[in-house]
Ligand binder design. Structure first.
Ligand code: PLP
Length: 385
C-alpha cells in the first residue's frame, strides 16, 4: 500500500507525479515470477509510461519493450534496452521508423497491413537486411472494456482481417527481405474478465492451425497486453492478479514445440505505482453541487476527459474519520470535460489540502500536454523523498 510522505509533499510545487518505486519493484518481481513459470516472454509497452527512472527499473529486471513509434524505439535504445527484445507495432509506421528498426535489428515488426509489409520488404532490401515480421491479426474477439480502448474487433483500424491475411500470404511468397516469425494480437486495454483472454487463446489455436495448413509455422505467438487493474481500490489491489492471468494462457493456448509465447504489458505494470498529487485551489458552491477546484487538470492527466476513466480521488491532508461531503472534483483548464469525477464523497475539502489522484502511472505522465501553456508537472520518487 502506498504511503504518502505528506510533510515532504507540503514543500513541493503542485501538481506533480509521485511514483511508489517499491510497489513498481514488487510488481515487476511478481510479473517476472509468474511469467517465468511457463517460460513466457514479457515486453513492457513503453507507451504507458516512458519516464527514465521507471524504464531503468524495468530494463534492469530483464524485460523487453513493445514500441508503437520510432521515437519509442529510439528511447528504448537510448536507455539501454537491447534491440533483440524490441518489438514494433502500429498501423502507420513511417519509412524512417521502419528504417530505424531495420538498422538496429529489432526483434520483430508486428505488421498491420499488406501495403506496410510491401514497404518493409522494400526498405529492408535497400538496406540489405531481412526483416523479421509477425502479423497482427484482428481476431474479432470482444473485450468487455470501454469502446475507445477496444482494438480487436472488425470495425477497429488495428490489425489484418482474415480475408486480407490470405492475400497477404500469397504476396509474401514473392518478398525476399521479410521473414515470417509468427502471429500478434492485442484485443484492447483494461480487461479484467479473464474469459476474454481465454476466448483469445481459443481463437489463436484455430489460427495457428490455419497457418500450419499453409505451410507456415508461427514460431512466435504474441498475445499483446491489455490486462486491467483495480482503479476503485488501489490500496487493497495494488498489484494485478498476474498468477491467474498467465495461467489462462498456460491452460488454453496450444503451444507447440519450438514456439515462444510473448506478452506486451503496459498498464498492469505501471498504473498503480503512479499518483498525481495536487492541491485544492478553491471550493465553490454551485447551484446543485460543490466544486472542489484543483490545480491539476486534464493537461496533467487526460484519461478522465478522454476515456471517461475514473480514478480514485483522496484528500490526503484530511483526517480520514471526518464527515464526508459531496463534490465535483474539477481542474482549472478551460474545457468542461476537465473533470476528475462527479458526486464524489470526500472529507471536507479546504483550500491548500493535498489531493492524490490514484492509479495514474499508466497513460498519465506520458500524455501530459501544454494546453493553456501550462508547465509540465514534475515527477518525484519514493526512493528520493
Ligand atoms: C497499448 C498496447 C499494449 C499495452 O496495453 P496495456 O493495456 O497497457 O497493457 C500492448 N500492445 C500493443 C500493440 C499496444 O498498442
Amino acid at each position: 500500500m502506498t504511503v504518502f510522505p505528506i510533510e515532504k509533499f507540503k514543500e513541493l510545487k503542485t501538481p506533480f507525479y509521485y511514483y511508489d518505486m517499491k510497489l513498481l519493484e514488487d510488481t515487476l518481481s511478481l510479473v517476472k515470477k509468474e511469467s517465468a513459470r511457463y517460460d513466457f516472454h514479457v515486453h513492457y509497452a513503453i507507451k504507458a509510461n516512458a519516464n527514465d527512472r521507471i524504464l531503468d527499473k524495468i530494463r534492469v529486471k530483464g524485460f523487453g519493450v513493445d514500441c508503437v513509434s520510432g521515437y519509442e524505439i529510439q528511447k528504448a535504445l537510448d536507455v539501454g534496452f537491447s534491440p533483440d527484445g524490441i518489438v514494433f507495432a502500429g498501423v502507420g509506421k513511417a519509412d524512417w521508423e521502419i528504417e530505424l528498426g531495420l538498422k538496429n535489428d529489432i526483434s520483430c515488426f508486428n505488421v498491420e497491413s499488406l501495403p506496410e509489409l510491401e514497404i518493409i520488404n522494400e526498405l529492408a532490401g535497400r538496406l540489405g537486411k531481412k526483416a523479421r515480421v509477425a502479423f497482427r491479426i484482428n481476431p474479432n474477439v470482444h473485450a468487455n472494456t470501454h469502446h475507445y480502448i477496444t482494438t480487436g474487433l472488425d470495425e477497429n483500424k488495428f490489425g489484418i482481417s482474415m480475408p486480407d491475411l490470405e492475400a497477404l500470404l500469397v504476396q509474401m511468397q514473392e518478398m525476399k527481405n521479410v521473414q515470417f516469425e509468427g502471429m500478434h494480437f492485442h484485443i484492447g486495454s483494461q480487461i479484467t474478465d479473464l474469459d476474454n483472454f481465454k476466448d483469445l487463446c481459443l481463437r489463436v489455436n484455430e489460427l495457428q492451425e490455419w497457418f500450419i495448413s499453409k505451410h507456415l509455422f508461427p514460431k512466435i505467438i504474441n498475445v499483446g497486453g491489455g490486462f486491467g487493474i483495480d482503479y476503485d481500490d488501489p490500496d487493497n489491489n495494488a498489484m494485478a492478479d498476474f498468477a491467474p492471468y498467465f495461467k489462462v494462457f498456460k491452460d488454453f493456448l496450444n503451444v507447440k514445440a519450438g514456439q515462444e509465447v510473448h506478452f506486451e504489458l503496459g498498464r498492469s505494470i505501471v498504473a498503480q505505482p503512479g499518483n498525481l498529487i495536487s492541491r485544492v485551489l478553491y471550493v465553490k458552491e454551485g447551484v446543485k453541487t460543490k466544486f472542489a477546484i484543483l490545480d491539476a487538470g486534464m493537461t496533467d492527466l487526460i484519461r478522465p476527459a478522454l476515456y471517461q476513466a475514473k480514478h480514485k480521488i483522496e484528500n490526503i491532508s484530511a483526517d480520514k474519520s471526518s464527515q464526508k461531503l459531496r463534490y465535483d472534483v474539477v481542474g482549472p483548464i478551460c474545457e468542461s470535460s476537465d473533470s476528475f469525477g462527479k458526486a464524489i464523497d470526500l472529507p471536507e475539502m479546504k483550500r491548500g489540502d493535498l489531493v492524490a489522484i490514484r492509479s495514474a502511472g499508466a497513460y498519465g505522465e506520458v500524455m501530459v500536454s501544454r494546453y493553456n501553456l501550462r508547465e509540465e508537472p514534475e515527477a518525484f520518487y519514493s526512493d528520493d523523498l
